[in-house]
Design a protein around this ligand. Structure first.
Ligand SMILES: *Cc1c(COP(=O)(O)O)cnc(C)c1O
Length: 483
């Protein structure tokens, strides 16, 4: 059965570009395909249930490995990752404790060290693999709170911090920050949102003014979060500038590099990532630009003792601390999880299969394709090219003849592009997502996909234009009827 499944998977991967990106079936349709059977009373033939599961997944999924999937930041998964997950599940090491996962713990340590080298920080950074970017950011956030809040907070709780604890980040910061301040007791007002400049980067001048004003008010600033590749436009904050402000005001410097920081591997882009090596902590997501299958995130901390200070405890029922040589590394002491799977294996194997130079090529290709999408949009009479950073391009459809819609053209274009995106997403020929930049509704393509080619990008542009024309026709007809 295993051999059959592997054959089916190989066939699926080889022919993925001949399928639609998604079938666009509704939850109701899918429920009727799945059926409403109750929990099985008796066991069933493994052969039957595996072939049914294979059939369901291959015929009713959205494929983020499809060459024309450019939505959100969801990568095409490396086939090596699928094999790695199978191997990891078969051996099933519990990477919470060294004694339960002897070689897996060493492999995870090496993976963490390689990831640090990959993005150009000292290999002395320590950390661990987690499920994704949100968890990687949370893990670092609590370590920052432990390090920078008054020492009483860990025992007495947040109430006991006599001064208001605050954190800083740009308006463009991913939604994890809103969960983090609730989760760790600071409250949503603890986020001091900093506006962005004309290139969508945190305005460091306003950042400094805000920090100064907060100190004057008697607040306790804890940390600044810089983003290396924001989710909407891929902009990278001025990390070097943030690093020197953090040094000057004794704040924790965290970088959310979940999407963009792997681009630091490209020598020509080094200037964008200056300051990375000064971060106290960094979140990155191997399940994005390193092409791991879900789930794999990683927290890196300059001084990993901050993780121990935050997360370690020694219950009597654990006999985990004895080995012959150096003290063992027990990953349950580094983060939130206790029992932990071996998600490091897929990252470790893919890093070896592709190598640094392979990633320079793959990530560079993705960036070049995003540039091509931008250029094609810029040169097309019916498209507006709006932004391009890293491998994210935003654009919108603008009909040649806006007709009677001219007076409210901006709001008409927003409605038109939103309708167009919904059509495109359901249609299954291409999958884009959206960005709202200032008040402009944009179509957004993010290429973290080793299968996407130049030809795909050219076809995508044709699809956007032809569907855009249809949507314009439909909407103008509707408006005409109303009038
Ligand atoms: C994707 C992303 C996240 C969230 O990561 P998940 O893996 O989806 O949890 C956070 N920050 C940034 C900048 C991201 O791109």
């Amino acid at each position: 059965m295993g051999y059959q499944l592997i054959d089916a998977i190989a066939e699926f991967m080889a022919s993925i570009d001949s399928k639609p990106v998604t079938t666009g079936e509704s939850p109701r349709q899918l429920q009727s395909i799945l059926g409403m059977q109750p929990l099985p009373e008796e066991g069933r033939s493994a052969d039957d249930i595996l072939s049914r599961a294979t059939e369901l997944l291959f015929n009713h999924s959205l494929f983020n490995g499809h060459p024309r999937f450019l939505g959100y930041i969801t990568a095409a998964p490396a086939p090596m990752g699928a094999l790695a997950d199978l191997l990891a599940a078969a051996v099933n090491p519990n990477v919470g404790a060294n004694i339960l996962s002897p070689i897996a713990t060493e492999i995870e340590k090496q993976t963490v060290q390689w990831l640090a080298e990959f993005i150009g920080v000292s290999p002395d950074y320590g950390g661990l693999l987690v499920s994704g970017g949100n968890m990687a950011n949370f893990t670092a956030f609590l370590a920052a709170r432990t390090a920078k809040a008054p020492k009483s907070v860990k025992e007495e709780g947040i109430d006991n911090a006599s001064q208001r604890l605050v954190v800083y980040c740009a308006k463009t910061t991913h939604t994890w920050i809103e969960k983090a301040v609730i989760l760790f007791g600071l409250g949503s007002k603890a986020i001091h949102w900093i506006p962005t400049d004309s290139r969508n980067r945190m305005d460091n001048k306003i950042l400094e003014q805000t920090i100064k004003a907060d100190f004057a008010k008697g607040c306790t600033p804890l940390m600044v979060i810089g983003t290396a590749g924001d989710v909407s436009t891929g902009a990278v904050d001025d990390l070097k500038g943030i690093a020197s402000l953090c040094k000057a005001y004794n704040l924790w410097f965290h970088i959310d590099g979940a999407y963009g920081i792997p681009a630091a591997v490209i020598p020509e882009l080094n200037h964008l990532f200056e300051g990375v090596a000064e971060a106290d902590s960094i979140a990155l997501d191997p399940h994005k630009w390193l092409y791991s299958p879900l789930e794999a995130g990683c927290t890196l901390v300059k001084n990993p003792n901050h993780l121990i200070d935050t997360y370690s405890s020694h219950p009597v029922y654990y006999n985990f601390s004895h080995t012959d040589d150096v003290p063992p590394q027990n990953y349950y002491e580094y983060g939130f999880q206790n029992s932990r799977g071996f998600r490091a294996l897929k990252v470790w194997l893919t890093l070896q299969q592709v190598g640094r130079n392979g990633y320079v090529k793959l990530i560079g290709d993705d960036i070049a394709l995003a540039q091509l999408l931008f250029d094609l949009a810029q040169n097309h009479a019916e498209l507006d090219a709006i932004s391009h950073n890293l491998s994210i391009t935003t654009l919108r459809y603008v009909p040649a003849d806006l007709g009677d819609n001219l007076e409210n053209s901006e709001s008409y274009l927003n409605t038109l592009n939103e309708g167009l995106l919904n059509e495109l997403q359901r249609g299954g020929r291409v999958f884009l997502s959206n960005a709202v930049i200032n008040t402009t509704y944009c179509l957004r393509g993010c290429i973290v996909n080793f299968r996407t080619s130049k030809k795909d990008i050219e076809e995508i542009v044709d699809i956007i234009v032809s569907e855009g024309r249809k949507m314009h026709q439909k909407l103008s007809a509707q408006i005409a009827t109303v009038r």
